[in-house]
Design a protein around this ligand. Structure first.
Ligand code: DAH
Length: 349
């Protein structure tokens, strides 16, 4: 028995020396000194031994237990010290490192990100981007675009005039003329920009944004227009969208159409719970823009730049960036775009 005690003690000693963590050490304590361990069992069984063996065996076992306890305590202190040092080293803050990166300040305004998104679609279709003056002449804004002398948009009620001949453009359409003067067909161009009208309520602000589109080539038809706008509608409002053209009137296109996109928010005008869709008001369609085939009278103004009305055809369209953003993101009031309330802006940044 005394022999066995010595074996156990030596085995335990070697294991304690080899332990590398306080956790391992705790396991060894349980294994050699715990309730079910062999050494304490020897001590508990002393009474069953023949009387002459009790003294020496008890002594050996006690000594072994005390020696192991002392060794575990000492090794434990050592390991705990090492571990603390490791932790301190790992957690140390290196004050010579550069500070954490600056918080991102701001983000794109929803109108900017919407404009860029729309531009990307048309760039992908082969259009290029042009910009033009916000202070325009009556000629480019109205006359060259075939507005009758009596057209109501010409009136002081609707238009900001700088002088009799100069105004703040009421639409981006005057750039149709300027773009055609600048280069001969074929021409595929879009024109983003600010426009101005004397209007102010929940759906009108005196200044807002449009994107004009113009494609002029030989053999352009209304189906080219429809296909182009279908690609646009699907890119912006989702791949399942359809478009429909409704007859309309604009002075500078013939025929003219208003273009609707199928509602992206509902099926057949109703929501799942059976209520009327608030986005399309149950109509299943959303009006997104005006367009049409360029009126030959418009080409007549730029015929000397290579736009012979007998040879070329074209389509044009004009859309409101605010309108597209409001539809897509369910923005209820146009004025939110201009209030600069970060609680609104942050939702889209
Ligand atoms: N300029 C028109 C407006 O502001 C929109 C528009 C309609 C533009 C038809 C077009 C077009 O190019 O073909 O109401």
């Amino acid at each position: 028995m005394i022999q066995r005690i010595a074996e156990l003690r030596d085995e335990a000693r070697a294991a304690i020396v080899a332990a590398t963590t306080t956790g391992e050490l705790e396991e060894l304590r349980v294994r050699y000194l715990g309730r079910k361990a062999e050494l304490p069992n020897v001590l508990r069984g002393i009474a069953q031994l023949p009387p002459e063996q009790r003294g020496p065996t008890g002594k050996a076992a006690n000594q072994a237990r005390q020696a192991l306890e002392a060794q575990i305590a000492q090794r434990g202190e050592q390991l705990a010290g090492d571990e603390l040092e490791d932790r301190l080293r790992d957690d140390a803050v290196d004050v010579t490192l550069p500070g954490s990166p600056a918080q991102q300040v701001g983000g794109l305004h929803l109108l900017t990100s919407t404009r860029r998104e729309i531009e990307d679609v048309f760039l992908g279709l082969g259009f290029k981007i042009a910009e033009g003056p916000e202070v325009e002449t009556v000629y480019y804004n109205f006359d060259a675009l075939n507005h009758a002398p009596t057209h109501p948009a010409r009136g002081l009620m609707d238009t900001f005039y700088v002088s009799d001949e100069v105004l703040l453009r009421t639409h981006t359409s005057p750039m149709q003329i300027r773009a055609m003067q600048a280069e001969p067909p074929p021409l595929y161009v879009i024109v983003p920009g600010r426009v101005y009208r004397r209007d102010s309520d929940a759906t009108h602000t005196p200044q807002f944004h449009q994107i004009e589109g113009l494609a002029v080539d030989e053999d352009i038809t209304l189906s080219d227009l429809k296909g182009t706008l279908l690609a646009f509608a699907r890119a912006i409002f989702g791949p399942d969208r359809e478009v429909r053209l409704r007859p309309h009137f604009f002075p500078f296109t013939e025929p003219s159409v208003e273009v609707d996109v199928s509602c992206f928010n509902c099926k057949h005008g109703t929501l799942r719970d059976g209520s009327r869709c608030p986005v399309c008001k149950g109509t299943q369609w959303l009006e997104i823009l005006g367009s049409g085939m360029v009126d030959p009278n418009v080409f007549a103004h730029v015929a000397e730049h290579g736009y012979d009305p007998e040879r070329v055809q074209g389509f044009a369209f004009g859309l409101g960036i605010e309108r597209i953003a409001m539809l897509k993101h369910a923005v209820p009031d146009l004025r939110l775009f201009y209030d600069n309330d970060v609680r609104f802006l942050e939702q889209f940044a």
